[in-house]
Design a protein. Structure first.
Lengths: 137, 137
């Protein structure tokens, strides 16, 4: 039997986006700036993050459908379905979101980022630096 | 109280890397090719992945220390510690690994990738396409 693991959120998103209908389909459609609000318990781990840093925020889409393996095009039902692992759909077996953003400001355990396509109250599970092409791989 | 979430692995890594001592510190030090072996239950979600595709494999470092918030330089103890969220250390509160790789071959539920710095038997929790700069964000 496969072992399972417990994800413990380290913070949450504070955003004007309140529902999936409001969320942009793609980030270039204008995702808004947002705040990342971290738990005091992980604050020490944030101490080297600063304005200007490019980071990858990993979220858990807590309102996702985890049973989805095939994604239906939203606009055109004549187009074929796509295997979920070839898409960025939030509906997937482990609904992790990867968001590459730039830090705009920091204020203790609160970090403002330039744009984020995640709903208000979305749990944050990790933050990683963007390290350039080589170490990104 | 913060809600927690259950990650259910969708497969595992098959690699010649058996221990963290053998693993390269950085991918350009020569991470080996590896196989991603997926559970039959998610096979339908893989159907549009093909050789040549660039993907991000998300793993769960099941041998990580989840209590780490400050990372000590491995080689030079005079250098200062770094907040874990400014590093790619596998030791972190939610030990997720992001691996940007290229698919070399597919064989049913098995997918070979060009190089992967993850140990043999590491659980795989998600796969996403690399979509270019705009949609990466």
């Amino acid at each position: 039997m496969t072992r399972q693991f417990l994800v413990r959120p380290i913070g949450r998103v504070e955003s004007v986006l309140r529902s999936r209908d409001e969320a942009p389909r793609q980030p270039d459609e204008g995702a808004p700036s947002a705040w990342l609000v971290f738990d005091e318990s992980v604050r020490e781990g944030l101490r080297d993050l600063a304005a200007g840093d490019e980071i990858i925020v990993v979220t858990w889409f807590d309102r996702a459908d985890r049973e989805v393996l095939l994604v239906h095009p939203r606009d055109d039902h004549n187009r074929p379905e796509t295997g979920v692992f070839s898409t960025r759909s939030p509906d997937r077996p482990n609904p992790l979101g990867l968001h590459r953003v730039t830090i705009v400001a920091t204020d203790g355990p609160r970090i403002q980022v330039d744009r984020l396509e995640a709903l208000d109250e979305t749990p944050i599970v990790d933050v990683k630096p963007v390290l350039g092409d080589v170490t990104e791989r």
